[in-house]
Design a protein around this ligand. Sequence first.
Ligand code: HEC
Ligand SMILES: [Cu+2]
Length: 369
Amino acid sequence: MAQVTAPQKQGMGPGFWQVTAALTVVNVIVTFFIIWLPIDRWLPEAAAPAPDIDDLFKFMSVFGNAIFVYVVGYVVYFGIVWRHRPTDAPDAIGIQIHDHPKLEFWWTVIPSILVIAIAIFSVRIWMNLQNQLGDVLTMEAIGHQFKFEFRYPRLKTSVYDDMHIPVDTPVTLQVTSGDVIHSFWVPEVRLKADMVPGLIQTLRFTPSKVGTYRIICTEFCGVNHGNMLATLHIDSQQDFGHWLATEFKAQGQGSGPLALNTGQASAGQQLFGQKCSSCHSTGPFEQKIVGPGLGKLLSDPTHPNLVTGEKPNAVDISHVLINGYQGPDNSQGKSGPSIGIMPNRQANALSNQDIANLVAYLTSLSQSK
Ligand code: HEC
Ligand SMILES: [Cu+2]
């Protein structure tokens, strides 16, 4: 038996215009709330491009909402009105429509206009950012497992986990990574950039509101990715000056001679929590995070040597902290896979006193129990 089409029906269906009116009402109400929504009340704006980016977000939401409401609304409406009825032949198919130039014209023209409008809107924001005058402070942010490093042009050594910038000053931030891919994100600035080894990306913004904000790594980068946080301090010009002067002075003081006998285990313990515990547990050697457990470093019979092949005594441990270590050197006949990178003292920002304190702490761990 040949297929029969359902009896020809005229128009859009019963209640079409009422449904259209109802969808329009919903659309207008939601549009009102999108425009009214005070985003910055829940998520403060702390830098120059943030208000523009929120405007762009609202602009896109208004049209996204309209498309959603009409498309979903009509799909549901037509699904109900033109559903298969018991009186229709069992194999009846719907009305077959081929080509509808008028409809096709509009569903091409309207989205094209929208996409072009969004492009103009976002390119303008981007141009404003790129052409910002000033370039007053240019600095670098470098991702590491699992911390952020910041370099300032006037400071010889890096600053870790606290980024200070002066308010109302155009900042150019160059981001990259020292190991794997990380991502630099400050929600209140509304800018985000992947930190990719070997690639330098530029973020430009002008902080506008004094305060402290969270810097978050948003690219899964290893076991401690979830703890990879830093703090952005937007300081007043004066506070920033003070901070920079203090850092500058601290660097001038040098680190003094390394005297392991001056180490304090309690100070070392605190430092360990800040700089080492993301990669080391204080359990036995096998209890790895990124590096091995360090709880019985000097007294573990199953682990008579350090990973470097040196003896587990204070002096040789200090060598590991100073030079770092990256896997066994297979060319020398030693075997075993490398388990990761032990950063050197520059990367861990350790002064001589820090090293003495850490060694004292590790020694005390091996002595307890
Ligand atoms: C990014 C992760 C990471 C951080 C941070 C880190 N380490 Fe390590 N550490 C390692 C890895 C990985 C090894 C093993 C290297 C290898 O065998 O190739 C290691 C090895 C060591 C060793 C030698 C262990 C042994 O059994 O021979 C000591 C001691 C050590 N680290 C101390 C520290 C201290 C103290 C800190 C804090 C200042 C620290 N590490 C911070 C990853 C890290
Ligand atoms: Cu990360």
